[in-house]
Design a binder for this molecule. Structure first.
Ligand code: AQP
Length: 332
């Protein structure tokens, strides 16, 4: 594995809460593939984060390795990046406890994701959901990460990570590098096809709201045909037209054409034709990923070995930070 120490470090994770959505792909993983060319990248499956919602243990176990296969199928290369499972690097949880003691109740109460997810899971607002940003801060700070690729939805979490790191550094001397947001050129936020005012989520109960990266081509095209849009016919991007704007953004992200170029390309077409064109482009983009995935997912032994090897290297890096933290705090 060629991981250069001279390169800046980037780290990012994804929860094994379901098959990745088109939102995860456009907003995160598509960029992970590019980033590994220029950065030292650590990519992990955030299985501990996913405990904040109830999941069937057998399903979680299976999905965790399935997600590793999905990452590799999307172009993450284990020769260039470290791929591992969060629970196999126990230092994340160990640092998280320490950082909890340096995080205020008030600042966690202001996290919008906590408020949103509390509404979605009103029967199970557990302390893990509340402390979620602290585990995320530990994920980032333990590797002295330089950059964290984040979408708009994660901005607040990176800010709290920097606040916690600053607070600790001010009290005990330089311990954590302050991570910077890595804002993708596309600035993507893919919205639900059923409700374009809320983001596309892989655990959405409405199957028509999201495209999974493993959806068969016909399902993809049908879901786009049903996508909620307004009743106007002209195809243009506008904040007042979230449905059609979302479709334009998806087409743009996958075709590498600017939104205005896409508008021009479809200027003489109606919504119906455009929806089919977006569906076809998505299906065409996902086809080779699906082929790769079904090939890779068969060898679960190999997927497990990749993660164990990744965890060993990650743990070595993480241990250095944890040791320095414990030393500063007098933890034997
Ligand atoms: N709709 C989206 N558009 C752009 N980027 C997105 N991401 C998620 N949804 C969109 C980005 O994907 C990465 C991994 O996300 P995650 O699995 O850690 O958690 P999430 O943001 O909560 O994603 P989901 O799909 O909505 O999961 P569930 O349904 O389990 O809550 C992140 O970089 C995120 O920004």
């Amino acid at each position: 594995m060629m991981i250069s120490d001279k390169k800046k470090t980037i780290m990012s994770g994804i929860q094994p809460t379901g098959v990745f959505s088109l939102g995860n792909y456009i907003g995160a993983i598509k960029n992970w593939k590019k980033l590994q060319e220029d950065y030292k990248c650590l990519y992990f499956i955030a299985n501990l984060h996913s405990l904040t919602v109830r999941m069937d243990p057998e399903k979680l176990k299976k999905l965790t390795l399935d997600c590793v296969a999905m990452l590799l199928a999307c172009g993450v290369d284990v020769e260039k990046s470290l791929v591992f499972i969060q629970s196999q690097v126990p230092e994340h949880s160990q640092l998280s406890w320490v950082l909890q003691c340096y995080t205020q109740f008030g600042e966690l109460s202001r996290m919008t994701q906590f408020k949103d997810k509390s509404l979605k899971n009103s029967d199970n607002i557990n302390a893990g959901l509340f402390g979620y940003p602290v585990l995320m801060a530990a994920d980032i700070l333990i590797y002295q990460s330089d950059f964290v690729p984040i979408g708009a939805d994660q901005k607040q979490h990176l800010e709290i990570t920097r606040d916690i790191a600053n607070r600790f550094n001010n009290l005990y001397g330089q311990t954590f590098k302050l991570p910077q947001p890595y804002v993708s050129e596309l600035g993507d936020r893919v919205m639900s096809l059923a409700d374009p005012t809320s983001k596309m989520s892989k655990s959405d109960k409405n199957k028509n709201g999201f495209i999974s990266i493993l959806d068969p081509p016909d399902d993809i095209i049908n879901k786009f045909k049903k996508a909620v849009t307004d009743s106007e016919a002209r195809i243009y991007y506008s904040p007042d037209k979230p449905g059609i704007s979302n479709l334009l953004a998806i087409y743009s992200a996958l075709s590498d054409l600017g939104v205005e170029e896409v508008e021009r390309k479809f200027e003489s077409k109606g919504y119906g034709d455009f929806k089919v064109a977006v569906g076809e482009l998505v299906a065409k983009t996902l086809a080779p990923i699906q082929d790769q995935y079904y090939h890779l997912v068969k060898d679960r032994g190999e997927l497990a070995r990749i993660c164990e090897k990744g965890a060993e290297v990650a743990s070595e890096m993480a241990r250095k930070t944890l040791r320095s933290v414990y030393e500063k705090l007098g933890i034997l």
